[in-house]
Unconditional design. Structure first.
Length: 256
């Protein structure tokens, strides 16, 4: 009897965070999250978020007078789902795509993020445009978008595997299970495995593209009406070079 009652309680027990959106009718605090492995913008050390975008949202929250909770919800795919479902209010660093625009409210862009192709030096090949990748096996990180145009090119023309982290990408290329990787330049430069391999890795001189970095509110968030204040703060922090300094600090801190 006790076992049956306990099982019933488990079945009906709410997820720790899943009910947040139903319970929060007003914006008492801004609940934000981000990618756990995308420096210099956001990444985790011992489960705690670090990065330029994390510092920026703290500055913005202080400027507009709202409390902020930085929440680590796990892998990027889960963070995006949390935003879609309204279980968090904001992602601090995200690209814009048409599909995402239908679900989220985007702030003004606040940074440029160059995206590059990389290989092992002993297996390098000429790269000048996307069609040079056709017929090869690529690898990138699971759940990441590289902009609508390149995402569509991947879907239509490329063989692309997905893994969880940049170091896993590098390991697959080093083991010859993939010919090349696609990653943000700053994130790749920060990788400890890339640093240990040194000149054994070659990064393309021609970037795949460059994407603007945004913050995005859930359309279900009780804090979504803060977007105009957040945009005004972003504009101010761009003008006084605060954002540029934050990014530069984390780029150099992470070894590029």
């Amino acid at each position: 009897m006790l076992i049956a009652i306990w099982a019933t309680m488990l079945l009906w027990a709410p997820d720790l965070y899943a009910s947040d959106n139903r319970l929060r009718k007003s914006c008492h605090q801004l609940i934000v999250s981000g990618h756990i492995d995308y420096p210099p913008f956001n990444y985790t050390e011992h489960e705690t978020f670090r990065g330029a975008s994390i510092d920026l949202i703290r500055l913005i929250a202080r400027k507009i007078g709202v409390r902020v909770e930085i929440r680590n919800v796990g892998p990027w795919i889960r963070a995006v789902k949390n935003l879609t479902d309204g279980d968090i209010d904001l992602l601090v660093a995200i690209y814009k795509t048409p599909e995402r625009e239908a679900r989220y409210l985007y702030t003004l862009p606040y940074a440029e993020d160059p995206i590059v192709m990389f290989t092992m030096a002993d297996a390098a090949f000429d790269f000048s445009d996307w069609y040079d990748l056709v017929g090869k096996v690529g690898v990138t990180t699971r759940g990441d978008s590289w902009g609508a145009d390149f995402d569509q090119f991947i879907e239509r023309h490329l063989t692309m595997m997905r893994v969880n982290t940049t170091d896993q990408m590098i390991d697959m290329i080093a083991r010859k299970r993939a010919n090349y990787g696609v990653q943000g330049l700053y994130t790749l430069q920060r990788s400890e495995l890339r640093a240990s391999l040194g000149t054994d890795i070659t990064i393309s001189n021609t970037p795949i593209k460059s994407e603007k970095m945004y913050m995005a509110f859930s359309r279900l968030s009780p804090c979504r009406n803060l977007i105009d204040k957040v945009n005004a703060a972003i504009t101010d922090f761009e003008k006084d070079k605060t954002i540029a300094r934050l990014i530069s600090n984390y780029v150099h801190r992470n070894g590029s």
